[in-house]
Design a protein around this ligand. Sequence first.
Ligand code: MD6
Ligand code: FE
Length: 211
Amino acid sequence: MSKFGETGPGVPPTLCLRGVELWQSWLSPAEQQAMLAEIRAVAARAPLFVPVTPSGKTMSVRMTAAGRFGWVTDKAGYRYEPHHPDGMDWPPIPPSVLAAWEALSGSARAPECCLVNYYPPGARMGMHQDRDEADFGEPVLSISLGDEALFRIGNATRGGKTESVWLRSGDVLRMAGDARLLFHGIDRVKDGSSALLRDAGRINLTLRVVT
Ligand code: MD6
Ligand code: FE
């Protein structure tokens, strides 16, 4: 049982779609700026890289990570690795990011991976499940920074009807319980809809327990 009891965090989400919980504007503009500075420091130590799917397709997002593990993909497959492709350790997960996990994850465990996805203009993410972790009883928490993105939520199997919601800078989303393995993706990002990053673009952080 988590420190929140069996029902998860005490703060109710502002929106719930198919069991996916969303806390809109969870981070104030000042908190977003502080978190962005910490993420820039992560990327300065562990540079963004270009992920390639096992089938050889270049993904449109750029990736890095913080924590004990980073999620990587290349011709060898999708997996968690204790080192960046260039060989360095992943930097520690920044304190501001850990605070969001403490407040909203509902997990008794600490996150082991903070995946950093940068969406340059035009980037998207195809429908997928997050299923490279050992324990699907643990939640995935996601934090959006920068331009607004259209998040599509599907079903526990590929296909079928979907519903979409715009994720804005400062929003925090949780996939847990029955919603943990729903297919989801990012259809598009609205260029220039946020001033947080100076230039157009979006950063998404996903926090996970891996082992
Ligand atoms: C994104 N998010 O928001 C992509 N996965 O850019 C995800 O793939 C995701 O937001 C699992 C749980 C929450 C997420
Ligand atoms: Fe995902």
